[in-house]
Design a protein around this ligand. Structure first.
Ligand code: ADP
Ligand code: NI
Length: 221
């Protein structure tokens, strides 16, 4: 799918806006996370025949104001995205789609059985999830854990796989537990064929990483 000149111009402006807005954001959720999600989303969209314009806009805007860093407010992000797209003259149906994708993309919200589904949401959600696993996912997890001053690992604190949305948000358990509470679950939550394929590879990499981690922990290597 080829974007029109107008659409390409909007994409460029959106990219600039997001990059500026996220300057100084925490390392796991910064501009480069957006960049990676955008790149993956483009590739997956091509395989899925999804609407590329909607996918790219949603990829750029999906973390524009993470509730974690705005006192839990889940309305700021969608509102900022809407205001921005309206100003650019983006047509209402596209704007509505992007709004819904932003509201429904998050792992936290999957606890609440979201009603909205679309091909474009499936694509952007997969791209976002892929960035939480594999080598980058591991880096992001430890970066986030460091930001929250969590321990790397504590053999005495078992992972808790049945977290509620509130428990998940508040969790300060060791970062290794996060692998069992989220990262290793993601491969089975992928929506698209391409997403599943890439997730399998990244999942395998995390398993190898964890084996090595435990071996080193006990001085076995
Ligand atoms: P989402 O936006 O999909 O709900 P989060 O905002 O919860 O995801 O997570 C953003 C990044 O921070 C991800 O890479 C995720 O794995 C990581 N992260 C979130 N919570 C934790 C945690 N408790 N420990 C370690 N990493 C975390
Ligand atoms: Ni994201």
């Amino acid at each position: 799918m080829i974007l029109s000149d107008f659409q390409q111009e909007i994409i460029q402006k959106t990219s600039d806006f997001v990059r500026q807005t996220l300057a100084g954001a925490e390392g796991g959720h910064d501009w480069w996370h957006i960049y990676r999600v955008w790149r993956s989303a483009q590739k997956i969209a091509a395989e899925e025949n999804a609407d590329l314009f909607t996918v790219e806009l949603a990829a750029f805007l999906h973390d524009i104001a993470d509730p974690k860093f705005h006192d839990g407010d889940e309305e700021i992000g969608p509102k900022m995205a809407r205001d921005f797209l309206e100003k650019q003259g983006v047509e209402l149906p596209v704007l509505e789609q992007v709004d819904k994708i932003i509201r429904n993309i998050s792992f936290k919200n999957s606890f609440e059985n979201p009603g909205f589904r679309s091909k474009e949401l499936a694509v952007v959600q997969d791209a976002d999830r892929l960035d939480a696993i594999g080598a980058i996912g591991i880096a992001r997890a430890f970066n986030y854990g460091g930001f929250k001053n969590c321990q790397l690992y504590d053999p005495g604190i078992p992972p808790n796989q049945v977290l509620t949305k509130e428990e998940y948000k508040k969790s300060i358990s060791p970062t290794i537990n996060h692998f069992y509470e989220k990262l290793l679950l993601l491969k089975d939550l992928m929506n698209t064929t391409a997403g599943k394929r890439i997730a399998e590879e990244r999942h395998r990499f995390m398993e190898i990483y964890l084996d090595q981690f435990y071996n080193e922990w006990e001085g076995e290597l």
